[in-house]
Design a protein around this ligand. Structure first.
Ligand SMILES: [Zn+2]
Length: 128
């Protein structure tokens, strides 16, 4: 049988920031030797996501579109950040995606609000 004797090599992956909203997104290799930018820390149940937007994580770290219909009830999947990006005007494809985008919008706002300068007490302006 064709056992692959090729050593598992690290599939390059990383995080970068969305150029639209500034939130982090995971850069993951696909089976098609391309890259897809996925929403980090999101593993919804596959059946809650339309078939052509489900990305299935494979054991080697790559992802592929999970078009099985109906999906395994317990299968989790990932979705692309661009669908959840609050700065991209896209149709709301399914109900919880709308909430996710609202949550991302709040996060992006928190991130872009400059922190008020915090001075240690001895440097507080003298009120007297
Ligand atoms: Zn974005």
């Amino acid at each position: 049988m064709g056992v692959l004797d090729e050593k598992p090599h690290r599939i390059g992956r990383g995080q970068n920031r969305c150029s639209n909203c500034g939130l982090p997104q995971d850069r993951v290799a696909t089976l098609e030797q391309e890259w897809v930018l996925l929403e980090p820390d999101m593993r919804p149940l596959a059946h809650t996501v339309p078939a052509d937007h489900r990305w299935l994580e494979l054991s080697d770290g790559r992802v592929t579109v999970y078009g099985v219909c109906p999906p395994d009830q317990f299968q989790r999947c990932r979705i692309e950040h661009r669908l959840a990006c609050p700065q991209q005007a896209r149709p709301d494809l399914w109900p919880w995606l709308t909430s996710l985008r609202e949550e991302n919008e709040r996060q992006a706002q928190r991130q872009s609000t400059p922190e008020p300068p915090r001075l240690p007490p001895e440097e507080w302006p003298d009120a007297g």
